[in-house]
Unconditional design. Structure first.
Length: 446
């Protein structure tokens, strides 16, 4: 009876943590998606395309300096809590280390702003790059706090700070977009400044929460933690997470250039795919991220190989149970979603977006499962497997883009097809590696 109660308690903790992240992720993505309704009205397809052109480099630098941090630090925190080790020296080293890395990212983004905007054929994007650059540092530090609290199964601050980011961004960005609706370049520059302010607000909130709810961070101790130990875990996770935004950065140049070979609407079509279809498909993916985040401390603290296997299987099945109905809903309701979220699009643009969403809806399942399986590999101490599978997937997607997007009959639809295939490759490889790890442990056990 006691064992049954223990299992229920563990399952309840898993779902509670997953639910917080899922709700926060969904609401933040939903606010972001709804934000695009008036935004598209104010700055138009060209403005949205310009807005999206700035994000690939930002996302890549953010991934290198921040995105891999929560999973890695969550795993290390859970292990330190289980071993009874002090957390303050660990956090102090993490904050110092990733503040330096984030600061370097901010400097690099500022330095690359001009040459990259010229390479993209949009020199007017320069101001957007410069106003968004400080966010790399802010999010890097923010991610350390999020990862630490996720490792202690406290998912609330991550969810709340994600929602706060969107609220501040919308509250500041929309007035700018309205005031400068006839000047899309200036509007986009100020919209990206609003993103930086929003990240600063989220960091302040999370720091205050950690200070109040986790007083152990304030306890002095003479112990030290080496940065190398943290990097050993975080670098493979970061490398895996960096591959998607690296692919996005390549796409921002490659897809636009390929589209320009047969249409003058290249930037607008790119904006419909990345700012429209990807935004809608990312709604269910963000919900499933909660399951991925919750699976890291769950799998990392499992006491036996059999318990790890059960938790991995449970996380994947839970992800499928959420993502499959969402993918079907996206396919069936693509037209309704387009009319609700992007009503200002013309008939032709609206039809293109609907078709893109229907094609791309497959990725709601494969990408959701990939992030959960990658998290399980990280928690099992095998993040390099996730890096390898995503690297192969990105190579396949980029190669397919070269063949498909330049075809006038497929045009931007080729990008959606190539991305679908890439995520499917990543999912199948991650599934294979998880099975391999399980069998390996079973053999060692036996």
């Amino acid at each position: 009876m006691q064992q049954v109660k223990g299992k229920r308690r563990e399952g309840g903790t898993f779902f509670k943590g997953a639910a917080w992240i899922a709700v926060g992720g969904f609401l933040s993505k939903l606010i972001g998606a709804l934000y695009r309704i008036p935004l598209t009205n104010f700055i138009g397809g060209y403005g949205m395309g310009l807005y999206q052109l700035v994000y690939p480099l930002y996302t890549l630098l953010l991934t290198v300096s921040a995105t891999g941090i929560p999973s890695a630090i969550s795993k290390l925190t859970a292990e330190r809590v289980g071993a009874g080790l002090p957390l303050r020296p660990f956090m102090r080293t993490c904050l110092r280390l990733f503040a330096y890395i984030g600061g370097a990212g901010t400097v690099l983004m500022s330095a690359l702003a001009l040459p990259l905007s010229l390479a993209q054929g949009a020199p007017e994007a320069l101001g957007g790059y410069l106003t968004l650059a400080p966010s790399v540092l802010l999010v890097s530090v923010l991610s350390v706090f999020r990862g630490y609290m996720q490792g202690k199964n406290d998912m609330f601050p991550t969810a709340a700070s994600e929602i706060l980011e969107q609220v501040v961004k919308v509250g500041i960005g929309l007035p700018f977009a309205y005031l400068f609706r006839g000047e899309p370049v200036r509007a986009v520059t100020l919209l990206l400044l609003a993103v930086t302010v929003a990240e600063g607000a989220a960091l302040l909130f999370t720091w205050l929460y950690a200070k109040k709810k986790h007083p152990c961070l304030l306890l002095e101790t003479s112990q030290k933690v080496k940065a190398g130990h943290i990097l050993k875990t975080s670098l493979p996770v970061t490398a895996s997470a960096a591959l998607l935004p690296l692919s996005g950065l390549i796409d921002s140049v490659l897809i636009v250039r390929l589209l320009l070979t047969h249409t003058e609407e290249a930037v607008g079509l790119y904006g419909l795919f990345t700012g429209g279809a990807v935004t809608l498909v990312n709604l269910p993916v963000s919900v499933c991220y909660g399951l991925a985040a919750a699976s890291v401390p769950a799998v990392a603290t499992a006491k036996t190989p059999e318990e790890k296997r059960k938790k991995m299987r449970f996380a994947l099945l839970s992800t499928l149970a959420v993502s499959l109905p969402c993918a079907v809903g996206l396919f069936v309701l693509a037209g309704t979603a387009q009319r609700l979220i992007f009503p200002s699009l013309g008939t032709r643009e609206g039809r293109i977006l609907v078709d893109l969403v229907r094609i791309f809806s497959v990725s709601a399942v494969t990408l959701s499962c990939t992030q959960t399986l990658s998290a399980c590999l990280t928690a099992s101490g095998k993040p390099l497997y996730a890096t390898l599978s995503m690297g192969i997937a990105v190579a396949v997607k980029t190669l397919l883009n070269c063949f498909l997007v330049g075809n006038p009959r497929l045009s931007v639809y080729g990008a959606a097809i190539a991305t679908n295939i890439g995520y499917t490759v990543a999912f199948l490889l991650d599934l294979y590696y998880n099975i391999k790890v399980t069998k390996s442990r079973k053999t060692k056990d036996g």
